[in-house]
Every structure is written in C-alpha cells, then in structure tokens.
Design a protein around this ligand. Structure first.
Ligand code: SF4
Length: 408
C-alpha cells in the first residue's frame, strides 16, 4: 500500500501532517446487505471477517478492488437468485394479504437499522414496488444496472486506493464507516474533490444513511461550500423522463439534508448507541486501531471513533444549495446532459413525510400514478401487481437500467 501525507484533524481540531488512513469501500447496496447479514448473525458473530478498505490517493490512480466475502455470503443468504418465480409469486400474494395485520415496514424490515436514502427514492418511485421488494426480499439487478455500478467503482478508483482491513464485529463495521467519512472529508478539504462519501445522520426522527457520489469544492471564487454531484449512467443516448429526474433530485436533496445536518448539529451519539444496540466501549479490532493510530486519530473504542467523527463534522462547511445530476452514456462514458437544480427543503421534507407515513404503517401503499404506469413495463413485480394495466405483457428488460436505477 502506498500512503500519501495529508492533514487529518486530531481531537483538538489542530491539523497535523500525518500519513493517510485506508478506508473501507463498498457500495450502498452492498452495505445494506452486509448490515442485514450482521443483523442476522449478530448473536453468534465471533469469527473474523475480512473487509476491503481504501485510502485516498492522488487523483486518477487505479487500483484493484478486493471482493468482500461477507457481501457475497449475505447476498446468497438473503435473495437467492433475484428472479421472481411461481413460488415467490404465491408467497407475495399471501404476504400481501397479511400486510394489514403485521407491523409497519420500518419496524419489520429496518428494525435497529437505518433507512437508506435509496429506500426513500425507491418508495417515491412506486410505493407498491417498494412494498413488494420489502416483502419478497428481492430487488432485481439488471445487467445495465451492474454496468452502472461498475462505472461508479471506476470513478471512485480514480481518487482512492483500496486496501484490506480486518472487521470482527458490528462495532468495527460502524467504525469503518466513520473512518471512510473522515478520510473523504480530508480529501475534500485538501484536494477539493472526493467520491463515495458515506453519511450517517439523524433527520426527521429517523436514522438515515447514504453515500454521496461526489463532492466538489468550487474551483474559482471565494465560495468554500462543496457541491453535491451524482452521476447516472444510461443505456440510451437521451435524458431520462421527468419521473426519473425527479427521483434523482430527491436523492441529492436527501444527501444535502444529511450533510448539512451533520456539519451543523451535534451528532446524537447516545441515541446512536442505543438505537443500533452498540457497545460504545467496545475495543475495536487491532487492525482498525493500528490504522487509526497511523492516521493520527488513534481510536481505541467505538466511542473514540464517534468523537473523531463529530470533530471532523464540526470543521466542515455546509453544501451548496445548487445540486448537480450528471447523465452519462454507458457505452462510451460521454456526458448526455447535466441537470443543475436548487435545493427545495419544503418539497424534500414533504417527500420524507409521505414516505414515512407508508413505512410507519399509517396508510397503505399506492400504485404509481396513472400517468406514470409506463414504469410497470419495467417492474419485476408486474405479473403479480393489481396496479399494472397490462399484467399479461412480459416485463421489458431492454432499458430497465434507465428506469429507477440509482445505485447509491
Ligand atoms: S407493476 Fe406498476 S404499480 Fe405495480 S409495483 Fe410495479 S411499477 Fe408499481
């Protein structure tokens, strides 16, 4: 591993020159799967798990990514093949009947787990589809969506170097998220650009997590507020329909809300430990302790790590009100177009509220609006959904990645 020197905040918020710290890298979907696997194995988790991590490097340096065995295992355990077969169909129909008498989705499927920004955007896309996904545990990933994810890995590898770290507990995995964040924050401050920044915050009464594609400092002027950028890859050489652009805007606004809350408010660490049932005094794995010590923020416990996270957040500026969605053609990575738009806090909070009404069981899931039923043609649950106007037509797979394909 080649390490570069950079300034890292210490507990006294005094920058000092020290070697950079490796950080964990996994996609948001993978993180969800890892967390689910941890949640499932927590009572018996005793063996060590290897996880891959990255360190910031000079821009455009390419490195090999280490596959995470836990992600693969959890995928197998949770979803099987990802295809919807006859048995699944019957199970879904029966589950639908039981939905009204069971617990709210948030408690059933996100118990002691944070909500992902993609949970919010998926619900906005089609509430019924989200309900089917939660109940069946199946979220189909198309070939083109995989290509989109691969592109995000490429983009990240332009600015970070991945290394491996040993993870032995849920507390270790959380510590890695905070190490990722601190490393990205420093990269942003000292290099003006960072990618795949993991966020963990408490907003609107819920724990929300997400991964920002890219944060950029303005290149000119005195403005030192970063702009949040997200890149969507597309199969077709055209901008997406308004429904998709709206969904992308919602995603970026969620990130801005999370980021700005993190840098402005104090992180509720007590609530964090309680909600996720974490031991604040847990001694982090030797590997993590060694790496944090080398990086200049020697964290012995998860509580130490949280303090460094809080210190780092307090040094960061809020993000710009202007947000940027980029649309890139998958086949040659040319830019199809860019959508710059303004943050709309009222609209965002209303969207989160509508989402939470459903997830908290205050109302039933709606089908996507009549004028957006074209989404049904690309929906994996089209054959069992009463809202689909053409239930006998086979689902289209040709451009499913161009539908609600957000990967983070
Ligand atoms: S078939 Fe249409 S209405 Fe039904 S879940 Fe899928 S997108 Fe939503």
């Amino acid at each position: 591993m080649t390490e570069s020197s950079q300034d890292i905040p210490n507990s006294n918020s005094q920058p000092e020159t020290i070697p950079s710290i490796p950080i964990e890298f996994v996609s948001e979907d993978e993180m969800a799967l890892i967390e689910a696997a941890y949640a499932a194995t927590r009572p018996t988790l005793s063996s060590s798990i290897s996880s891959s991590i990255c360190s910031p490097s000079s821009r455009f340096q390419t490195n090999t990514r280490t596959i995470q065995s836990i992600a693969l295992l959890s995928k197998r355990a949770l979803n099987g093949s990802g295809e919807l077969d006859m048995e699944d169909s019957d199970r879904l129909k029966n589950a639908q009947k039981r939905i009204r008498v069971t617990q709210p989705f948030l408690h059933r499927f996100r118990r002691k787990r944070a909500l992902w920004v993609t949970d919010i955007t998926a619900t906005e896309w089609c509430e019924k589809q989200m309900e089917f996904s939660l109940v069946s545990g199946k979220r189909k990933t198309s070939k083109a969506m995989k290509a989109g994810k691969a592109r995000h890995v490429e983009l990240e590898e332009e600015v970070v170097k991945k290394v491996k770290v040993r993870v032995e507990s849920v507390e270790d995995s959380w510590a890695l998220k905070f190490i990722n964040f601190i490393t990205c924050a420093n990269q942003l401050l000292f290099e003006g650009l960072t990618r795949e920044i993991p966020l963990v915050g408490f907003v609107e009464g819920i724990w929300l997590v997400g991964i920002i594609d890219e944060l950029r400092m303005p290149e000119t002027g005195s403005d030192r507020n970063p702009i949040i950028v997200d890149t969507k890859t597309r199969v077709r050489d055209s901008l997406p329909a308004e429904a998709q652009r709206r969904n992308g805007r919602l995603q970026l606004m969620c990130y801005k809300y999370l980021w700005d809350t993190l840098v402005a408010d104090s992180f509720p660490s007590g609530q964090f430990f309680d909600f996720f049932s974490l031991n604040r005094n847990y001694i982090l794995s030797e590997d993590i302790r060694e790496r944090t010590a080398n990086a200049g923020f020697p964290a012995k416990t998860l509580d130490d790590m949280i303090q460094y996270y809080i210190n780092t957040c307090s040094m960061l500026p809020s993000s710009q009100d202007r947000l940027l969605l980029r649309y890139e053609l998958q086949k040659d990575q040319s830019v199809i177009g860019e959508d710059q738009f303004a943050y709309d806090p009222e609209w965002l909070k209303n969207q989160i509220k509508i989402n939470l009404e459903l997830l908290l069981g205050e109302r039933e899931a709606s089908y996507t609006p009549e004028e957006e039923r074209w989404k049904c043609r690309h929906c994996q649950f089209a054959s069992v959904c009463p809202g689909n106007p053409n239930p006998n037509s086979p689902p289209s797979s040709s451009s499913s990645s161009d539908q609600n394909s957000s990967s983070n």
